[in-house]
Ligand binder design. Structure first.
Ligand code: FAD
Length: 289
């Protein structure tokens, strides 16, 4: 079995909408922190969440000495706003960002957006802050649903790297072959930045179906069938999900993936369980090197 080393995985969170949600997330982060993730990333406006909550959560996490990586998107992003956010993040000591186009929601009024695509935002961040930030962008092993063709999507990925991206996290997927094929295609283009698989632990099948329809990530038929025969029992679904996702992570690590990024959806389980199965355990503070 290929084990995952502490510090070679990261955890994605989204900003809660209520004070109670912030409190609950704080408790979850305290447990996750014991596994020593390389960082916690915080989404920006994803799924309809208010963008301002991202900055609130980032400030709180930095105060608690958690290694925090904010996401930034083009949605409602003017040059002036970008400059102000970057200045605050620099002051907070943040040195890494996830930069994406962003999903539009009904609540978004895009009159203020001065950027259309992620590569434009990467270029602006480099112009404003030179090499201060490590910039991570999105990659799509099963290709972005709006891309004209797989080649056009790869060209776009290359554009983001040419603009200054240092690494990438993928959209979630369940087929390790998709990741390997994507890596082969990148190698042919001499793309060498680390491309970290983004992995979605299966917590709630209905939600997973919604996400995969929205972002074009395929749930393979064999997995759908296994999960759909178990719709009556959420516990069974979680158990199968843990088994499937752990095997996927092991396969990816064997195939040379540089780490794993977990889309936790602010849930401690099943990510915690999967970390244990991958050989990552809690480190007590006193034992840290
Ligand atoms: P881009 O790289 O800009 O590409 C978007 C599409 O436009 C692609 O189809 C591309 O081929 C095409 N394209 C790019 N440039 C051009 C051009 N010049 N002309 C024509 N077509 C072009 N969403 C959120 O709202 N908040 C988040 O915090 C968030 N975090 C994410 C983190 C990760 C790791 C991932 C994988 C996704 C995240 N998303 C988030 C979702 C993301 O915003 C959507 O998937 C979005 O639709 C695409 O983002 P992108 O950065 O890949 O876009």
């Amino acid at each position: 079995m290929k084990t995952l080393k502490a510090n070679r995985f990261s955890l994605e969170l989204f900003p809660p909408k209520t004070p109670e949600g912030f409190l609950k997330l704080d408790q979850i982060c305290a447990v996750f922190q014991q596994f020593y993730p390389s960082f916690f990333s915080v989404t920006f406006g994803a799924g309809g969440a208010a963008q301002l909550n991202t900055q609130d959560l980032v400030r709180k996490m930095v105060q608690q000495n958690r290694n925090t990586v904010p996401h930034l998107s083009c949605v409602n992003m003017s040059k002036a706003r970008l400059s102000a956010i970057l200045a605050e993040y620099k002051q907070l000591g943040i040195n890494r960002l996830v930069v994406i186009q962003g999903d539009l929601t009904d609540a978004d009024n895009c009159q203020n957006s001065e950027f259309n695509y992620a590569h434009e935002l990467v270029t602006a961040i480099r112009e404003m802050t030179a090499d201060h930030f490590h910039i991570c962008v999105a990659a799509y092993p099963e290709y972005h649903p709006h891309a004209k063709s797989p080649d056009a999507d790869l060209e776009n990925f290359q554009r983001k790297i040419d603009a200054g991206a240092n690494s990438a996290i993928t959209q979630f997927f369940f087929s390790s072959d998709a990741y390997c094929r994507f890596m082969d295609a990148c190698h042919k283009l001499a793309i060498t930045i680390p491309i970290i698989p983004g992995i979605m632990p299966i917590h709630d099948y209905a939600k997973l179906l919604r996400f995969s329809t929205a972002c074009g990530a395929e749930i393979p038929l064999w997995l759908r069938k296994r999960l759909e025969t178990l719709l009556a029992g959420p516990e069974d679904i979680r158990e199968i999900g843990i088994e499937v996702v752990t095997k996927l992570c092991e396969r990816l690590l064997l195939d040379g993936a540089p780490g794993i990024h977990f889309y936790t959806l602010n849930q401690l389980e099943p990510t915690k369980h999967i970390l244990h199965l991958l050989g990552v355990s809690e480190v007590k503070e006193g034992l840290l090197a």
